[in-house]
Design a protein around this ligand. Structure first.
Ligand SMILES: Cc1cc2nc3c(=O)[nH]c(=O)nc-3n(C[C@H](O)[C@H](O)[C@H](O)COP(=O)(O)O)c2cc1C
Length: 183
C-alpha cells in the first residue's frame, strides 16, 4: 500500500482541517496517510518511507509558519529525493474577482518560493477561513479591512469558511492518481 505523509503548519486551524480531509480521501482511495503537525517533533527517517510528501501551510502577511519553513529548509535534501507537493491555505484563493485572485496568488507563489529552499512544481492554493472570533481586536480590524478590499464578509460577529470541500476532494484525487495509485 502506498503511503502519503502530510506535514502541516497552522495558526487558526484551517490547514489542519484540510490536511485531515486530504488524508481521509487518500484512505478512501486505498492508500495509507499519516498527518503530522510540524510543531511536534518527527523522525526524519519517516520521510524516506513516504511515496508522497505533502506539505500544507497557511499565509499570514505574506509569511509561512516558521516551523514549516525551518523544517523544509533543514530537510531540503531528503525532501527533494522523494515526490513532494505543497498546498497553501489563504484568503486570496477565495477572492471573487478572477484578475485580482490570479495576481494575489502569483504574489503568494513568489513569497513561498522566497522562503523555501525546495522548489515545489506541484502547488495548490486552497481558500481558507476568516475566523474573526479567534483574532485579537487589532487583527480583527485589519482583517475586516482586507476582507472589504477583497469583497469578502465584513460582519465580525461570526466566522466564515471559504474552503470548497469538493475542490479539496478533486485535489486529493489528482494527487492520488499522480503519486499513490498502483501502477
Ligand atoms: C494576521 C493575518 C494575516 C493574514 N495574511 C494573509 C495574507 O497575506 N494573504 C492571504 O491570502 N491571507 C491572509 N490571511 C488569511 C489566512 O491565510 C486564512 O485565514 C487561513 O485560513 C489561515 O489558515 P490557518 O487557520 O491554517 O492558519 C491572514 C490572516 C490573518 C489572521
Amino acid at each position: 500500500m502506498k503511503q502519503a505523509l502530510i506535514l502541516y503548519a497552522t495558526r487558526e486551524g484551517q490547514t489542519k482541517k484540510v490536511a485531515l480531509a486530504l488524508a481521509q480521501h487518500f484512505v478512501d482511495l486505498g492508500s495509507a496517510a499519516t498527518v503530522h503537525n510540524l510543531q511536534d517533533s518527527i523522525e526524519t527517517a519517516d520521510l524516506q518511507n513516504a511515496d508522497l510528501l505533502l506539505f500544507g501551510a497557511s499565509m499570514h502577511a505574506g509569511g509561512l509558519e516558521r516551523e514549516l519553513v525551518d523544517f523544509i529548509n533543514d530537510q531540503a535534501t531528503s525532501i527533494t529525493r522523494r515526490p513532494h507537493a505543497f498546498f497553501l491555505v489563504l484568503l486570496s484563493a477565495a477572492t471573487a474577482d478572477q484578475d485580482l485572485r490570479e495576481k494575489s496568488l502569483s504574489d503568494a507563489q513568489n513569497k513561498v518560493q522566497q522562503q523555501l529552499n525546495v522548489e515545489f512544481d506541484d502547488m495548490e492554493y486552497i481558500a481558507g477561513a476568516l475566523r474573526y472570533s479567534k483574532y485579537s481586536r487589532p487583527v480583527r480590524w485589519v482583517m475586516r479591512r482586507i476582507a472589504q478590499q477583497h469583497g469578502e464578509n465584513t460582519d465580525t460577529s461570526r466566522d466564515y469558511e471559504y474552503t470548497d470541500w469538493a475542490t479539496v476532494k478533486t485535489y486529493a484525487e489528482r494527487l492520488h492518481n499522480a503519486y499513490l495509485a498502483a501502477n
